[in-house]
Write a protein that binds this ligand. Structure first.
Ligand code: SF4
Length: 304
C-alpha cells in the first residue's frame, strides 16, 4: 500500500511535467486555504509558549521537557525559523493535494484526538495529519541531511535517536484511534524528493516502547521528577582520532536550553584542533560547544 501511495504521486508529477493534468478546482482552493491558514498562524496569531503536554512532543528527551516545564529561557531563534515553519505548513498542504490528486483515498485528515490519562482530566491531546486505508500517517518536511541520512534509511534509522519524539507521536495518534500507525510521509525541502517510511512487519516492540516512553515522561513531569541530563558530553574526534577535548552531544548542541542546562561549563569555540606549531588544522574551522579543551590544561600545567 505504502509503495502504491508514493508511486501514484510520482506518476502524477511526471505526468504534470509532460502535459496538464486534471486537477480539481476544489483541491486547488483547499491548498490556497491551507496556505492562508499557515500565514495567519505564523504572522497574526500570538504564539502560545506556555508548556503543554501534547502527543506531538511527549516523546522528546525528558530533560528538554523538564526545561520547558520549568520555564527555562529558550535561546533566541534565528530569523529564518519563521520561514522554516511556513515551509513546513506549505509542504504539508501540497502533500495533501498530491495525495488526493493522485487518487489516494484519504479517510480523514487533521483530526484532533484525545487519550484518557490518569494524570489529566482533559486527557492527552493531539492532532494527526492523515488517515489512509485505516492507518494513521504523519507528514514531515525534512532537511536534505535528515532526508538522506534518516528518513531514506528506513524506520530503524528514524527511531534510533528520536530526539523529536516522532515514534511516540505516531503511535499515540494511532493507538488512541484504535488504528495502526502507517509511518511518515516525508518531503525533502531542498530537492522535492519524497519517501514513505513504513513500519516493520511486526512492530509490537516499537509500539510498546513508544507508548511506555510517553507514559513515563508524563509521570515524571506530573510528579516533578528532579532534573537530570539525558545526555553527557562526548569525546571529540578529528579525522577519526580522539583530540582529548570534550564537546556537547549533538542533541544538546541543537537544544534551545543548553545555556541554562550547562551554564558556564560550555564555550562556543572554533574547532580546537591544532598542528605541531599550534596553528588551527582547519582554515575555516566549524564552531562546536566545548566542555573541556585539552590544550589549555597542558598550557596551564607548563606554567605551573
Ligand atoms: S542541553 Fe542536552 S541535557 Fe540539557 S536539556 Fe538540552 S538535551 Fe537535555
Amino acid at each position: 500500500m505504502t509503495e502504491q501511495i508514493l508511486d501514484k504521486i510520482k506518476h502524477l508529477l511526471v505526468q504534470a511535467e509532460q502535459s496538464p493534468v486534471p486537477l480539481s478546482e476544489e483541491l486547488i482552493e483547499q491548498f490556497g486555504e491551507d496556505c492562508k491558514k499557515a500565514i495567519r498562524k505564523q504572522f497574526k496569531e500570538r504564539r502560545d509558549t506556555s508548556f503543554r503536554i501534547r502527543m506531538s512532543g511527549i516523546g522528546k528527551p525528558l530533560c528538554q521537557l523538564q526545561m520547558e516545564k520549568s520555564g527555562a529561557k529558550r535561546e533566541a531563534q534565528p530569523y529564518n525559523n519563521k520561514l522554516r515553519f511556513i515551509f513546513g505548513d506549505m509542504i504539508e498542504a501540497i502533500t495533501m493535494l498530491l495525495l488526493k490528486a493522485s487518487g489516494t483515498v484519504v479517510d480523514s485528515e487533521q483530526k484532533q484526538v484525545t487519550r484518557k490519562s490518569k494524570y489529566f482530566e482533559s486527557g492527552l491531546n493531539g492532532t494527526y495529519d492523515v488517515e489512509i486505508d485505516g492507518k494513521i500517517y504523519d507528514i514531515k518536511s525534512a532537511s536534505d541531511w535528515a532526508f538522506k541520512n534518516k528518513f531514506s534509511m528506513g524506520f530503524e534509522a528514524v527511531v534510533e535517536k528520536d530526539v523529536f519524539g516522532y515514534k511516540s507521536q505516531g503511535y499515540l495518534y494511532a493507538d488512541t484511534e484504535n488504528k495502526k500507525f502507517g509511518g511518515w510521509i516525508v518531503v525533502n525541502k531542498s530537492t522535492g524528493e519524497m519517501c514513505i517510511v513504513s513500519l516493520p512487519r511486526d512492530d509490537t516492540k516499537h509500539k510498546k516502547e513508544a507508548l511506555q516512553l510517553a507514559d513515563d515522561n508524563i509521570k515524571a513531569l506530573m510528579e516533578n521528577k528532579p532534573f537530570e541530563r539525558c545526555f553527557d558530553d562526548v569525546e571529540e574526534k578529528y579525522r577519526s582520532k580522539l583530540t582529548g577535548n570534550r564537546v556537547l552531544d549533538s542533541v544538546c548542541g541543537f537544544c534551545s536550553f543548553k545555556q541554562d542546562c550547562w551554564g558556564n561549563k560550555i564555550e562556543h569555540l572554533p574547532q580546537q584542533v591544532f598542528d605541531d606549531e599550534g596553528k588551527p588544522r582547519s582554515k575555516n574551522p566549524r564552531y562546536y560547544w566545548y566542555t573541556h579543551v585539552a590544550h589549555r590544561e597542558k598550557n596551564n600545567d607548563k606554567e605551573k
